[in-house]
Write a protein that binds this ligand. Structure first.
Ligand SMILES: CC(C)=CCC/C(C)=C(\C)COP(=O)(O)OP(=O)(O)O
Ligand code: MG
Length: 438
């Protein structure tokens, strides 16, 4: 008979009348501090990155600026929490700004094109640092071509048109270096390679998707098996572009991330793959889900894995216990959902023009609620706006309840990702155009 398990540490119940969410957060914060202290004597180190590549004057380009001081539509208190403090004497509170103090000031980038969806609640961001954008764009292309053989020559225009460098620089204004930005950029490219090649317009299909996704997932979450079968699995990771991209991007990420950050990412990617499978199952049977069912699918088939790496890309770590609290999970889910409905709105005309019956929120609302395409689109804008307001309120509540610096910084990082994601969709006129509804 196995020895009895030691009983888990008992948490004393919250004092009568105390707020249970705050109690959970305070306990989690204290436990995270204890764990951290036990592991490293109380320091809160940034995970180290792989050795830098050969000297290159622009490899570690510091940020020239962080987040906008105040979003025009947010109240001053909320804006301060989500976007960081502003005003005299606050420069030192922006981590990215600290490093840039002695850097040459770059001329502001020319404003990018693109019109925001009318009535969409969003926060404009400063033009991403053009020096960083150029460097990330150059290095990601070298990685795609030389390290993972990602695409044939005739896809080059689409790769360039995706503008992934601009995307990631806009979404991670507090990344300390270009090496940190590349962690996010490789993963973003790999995630899109899987979506395009397995699910969508570059040879994707719902048929057989489950098997393909599961095998690709092992590039993130390795197979542990017997000596006889291990080598066949290892070879398989080089056998197509999506798997080569996942494997390599994850290798870089794991070297930079803490163990719980890597595991957080694996969990978020399993969620994403589950969402792809539901979408594919509905496509196979031509099923149009109810609106709430569509929203549930889209909570999984979602940008979530991108904002949740904000701490690794920022060079710090949100402890697992704090990430796992219900309040933080709610903030993350609302942020992910808002960013993903932004995609449904900006990619609406592209998806209408694509083969098959592509589901997005306006399409599902029009069909399920029997209203016009225009009314459904405008209703989808309202759904997005409600999600954004709920995200901001939940983030502000959490920031007030849990004044732990890494929590505050993580919340600012998620908000920055939300804003950068909107910026990228708005300005990516190569890929997206708005419908004629106004
Ligand atoms: C980058 C990442 C984790 C993406 C996962 C899910 C995904 C592909 C989206 C949220 C984008 O949606 P969609 O497939 O509709 O993309 P496009 O509209 O084709 O840009
Ligand atoms: Mg879309």
């Amino acid at each position: 008979m196995p020895a009895p398990e030691p009983s888990p540490p008992q948490l004393s119940p919250p004092a009568a009348g105390s707020h249970s969410g705050e109690y959970v957060l305070a306990e989690a914060a204290a436990r995270a501090r204890d764990i951290r202290a036990a592991l490293d004597g109380g320091r809160s180190p940034a995970p180290s990155l792989p050795a830098p590549p050969p000297a290159d004057a622009r490899t570690d380009v510091p940020a020239t600026d962080a987040l906008p001081a105040e979003a025009p539509t947010a109240g001053a208190g909320l804006g301060r929490i989500l976007r960081g403090p502003s005003g005299l004497g606050t420069v030192g509170l922006h981590l990215a700004r600290c490093e840039s103090a002695s850097a040459p000031v770059e001329p502001p980038a020319a404003p990018a094109e693109g019109t925001p969806v009318p009535g969409l609640y969003h926060h404009p961001v400063p033009e991403p640092d053009p020096v960083r954008v150029e460097e990330v764009s150059r290095r990601i292309k070298t990685w795609a071509l030389d390290e993972v053989d990602l695409y044939p020559e005739d896809w080059e225009d689409q790769f360039d048109g995706f503008s992934v460098g601009r995307y990631m620089v806009a979404c991670h204004p507090d990344a300390p270096t270009v090496d940190h930005l590349l962690l996010a950029t490789r993963l973003m490219v790999a995630e899109n390679a899987v979506d395009d090649c397995y699910c969508e317009d570059h040879g994707g299909s719902p048929i057989g998707l489950g098997g393909r996704l599961l095998l690709a997932h092992t590039a993130l979450d390795p197979l542990y098996t017997t000596k006889e079968y291990q080598p066949r699995w290892a070879e398989s990771l080089h056998s197509d572009a999506p798997r080569r991209a996942y494997r390599s991007a994850m290798e870089y990420f794991v070297r930079a991330a803490g163990a719980s950050q890597a595991d957080r990412y694996r969990h978020d990617m399993a969620r994403l793959h589950l969402g792809y499978l539901a979408e594919a199952a509905w496509a196979q049977t031509d099923h149009v889900p109810e609106v709430w069912e569509y929203l549930a699918m889209r909570q999984f088939n979602n940008f979530r894995p991108c904002p949740t790496i904000t701490d690794t890309v920022g060079g710090y770590e949100l402890p697992a216990d704090l990430h796992a609290t219900p309040a933080m999970q709610r903030v993350i889910a609302l942020a992910g959902n808002a960013t993903t409905i932004v995609n449904d709105l900006y990619s609406y005309t592209k998806e209408l023009a694509s083969p098959g019956h592509h589901l997005n929120l306006p399409v599902v609302i029009a069909e399920r609620e029997g209203i016009s395409d225009r009314e459904a689109y405008l209703k989808s804008v309202e759904v997005h706006n409600d999600l954004m307001h709920d995200f901001e309120a939940a983030a502000a509540d959490l920031a007030a309840a849990c004044p732990v610096p890494n929590v505050q910084r993580f919340l600012r990082g998620v908000a920055a990702w939300v804003d950068g994601n909107h910026y990228w969709h708005r300005t990516n006129t190569y890929r997206y155009s708005l419908p004629d509804f106004w």
